[in-house]
Design a protein around this ligand. Structure first.
Ligand SMILES: Nc1ncnc2c1ncn2[C@@H]1O[C@H](COP(=O)(O)OP(=O)(O)OP(=O)(O)O)[C@@H](O)[C@H]1O
Length: 366
């Protein structure tokens, strides 16, 4: 079990990288605490697998170091790093029984037979595999085989960390939600550092205590699911997390007022530091925007209203830009013209994509 430190880590697949665009992974400094449950979340191509492969030792970084506790492992092979990995597709021995498959990583390391047997029973019970322990793996479904792969990853109690690379890809959708919460329970039971790579926000937010969001080769925010929702540090995080994602509107800001077109929006904070050359945007989640009949607020045109069970969401348009808003109970809109009212507590201001803290009216940054 280990704390994992990424120290000035960067990676370029091309030789002699010159500028930021040449790097698949831009410089990262990060500490994964011992025993933490982390998700590495981002769209395809953002560099997740590259980072995971650097931690596991499959890829040597162009720059920087990887430390497991105090030990520099940058030049150590995957085998000597003492980590377990679970991949997208099952890695099982078809000719062996489920019990033999689960025992394999322990047998390989000469763990005594009675300890192996106890651990296999424990892991099988956590993954609900007990009833198939003596069946041959070859006869099982892809779901079951992937559970065995998960079990093989989890069975060694002494690993520095377990790395999961999109482990639920082959799992049947109706079993996915169940396995997601099972993995979370397993993390609590085993106290091992776990890093879970996914492009699926639901998987990341269910599994992880801390989510590391990547975009275009860089970490744009590390935070709890609540922090990512309440205070996205980058417009990408606002847009990528949430369903629907955060509304982003170009604006102009003067002190504590934002101007979106001709509409003035009062802000809770004061923004004195924005400079002229920066691209300024206002971000607010649909949950904090109310659709109202035409009147005060941002003038919009309603395209449609979706009933998503727990709420009604309006899809609206403003100057060719699509936005989403909540529809309060009892509101009915005649025709297409309507207004949006923003809750100032949840309005964020971004400069060139990055959150600007602003100052509270008392003069403190917040
Ligand atoms: N072996 C390689 N050689 C050259 N470029 C690579 C190599 N592996 C990945 N890349 C590039 O590095 C970037 C990051 O890829 P990476 O696979 O790490 O992203 P990812 O977020 O894991 O995406 P996915 O979920 O699709 O695997 C991409 O632009 C990809 O094309």
């Amino acid at each position: 079990m280990a704390r994992i430190t990424l120290d000035h880590l960067a990676h370029a697949y091309k030789a002699n990288p010159r500028n930021a665009e040449d790097y698949a992974l831009k410089e990262i400094n990060h500490v994964w605490s011992q025993g933490g449950a982390y998700a590495l979340l981002g769209p395809s191509g953002c560099g997740k697998t590259t980072l995971l492969n650097i931690i596991s030792g499959l890829v040597r970084p162009t720059r920087g170091r990887v430390l497991f506790d105090e030990l520099d492992v940058t030049d150590l092979s995957t085998e000597s790093r003492n980590i377990a990995q679970v991949f997208q597709f099952p890695v099982v021995y078809d000719t062996m029984t489920v019990r033999e498959n689960l025992a394999f990583p322990l047998k390989n390391r000469n763990v005594p037979r009675d300890r192996t047997a106890r651990r296999v029973e424990e892991i099988a019970s956590l993954l609900d595999l007990t009833r198939v322990l003596d069946r041959k793996a070859s006869n099982l479904t892809a779901d079951m085989k992937q559970k065995i792969s998960l079990g093989r990853g989890l069975v060694r109690p002494d690993v520095a960390a377990i790395l999961f690379d999109e482990p639920l890809t082959v799992i049947d959708p109706h079993l996915k939600w169940q396995l997601r919460s099972t993995l979370k329970e397993i993390h609590r039971a085993l106290d091992i550092t776990m890093i879970y790579v996914t492009h699926d926000q639901t998987e990341a937010l269910t599994f992880a205590d801390k989510v590391v969001v990547m975009h275009d080769g860089a970490v744009v925010q590390t935070g709890t699911p609540e922090e990512l929702f309440e205070r996205p540090a980058h417009t990408f995080v606002g847009h990528f997390i949430g369903s629907p994602g955060m509304n982003i509107l170009p604006c102009r800001v003067e002190g504590s007022t934002a101007f979106v077109g001709n509409t003035m929006i009062s802000l809770r904070r004061v923004y004195r530091t924005l400079s002229d050359g920066e691209h300024i945007e206002l971000g607010i989640r649909p949950e904090f925007v109310r659709l109202q009949p035409k009147g005060a607020g941002l003038p919009v045109q309603v395209r449609r209203i979706d009933d998503i069970g727990r709420a009604r969401i309006a899809r609206v348009e403003m100057n060719g830009r699509s936005l989403a808003a909540s529809v309060p109970d009892g509101i009915s809109i005649e025709g297409r013209e309507a207004s949006l009212v923003l809750d100032p507590k949840h309005v964020h201001i971004y400069a060139n994509g990055h959150l600007v803290a602003g100052e509270a009216n008392g003069g403190q940054t917040s």
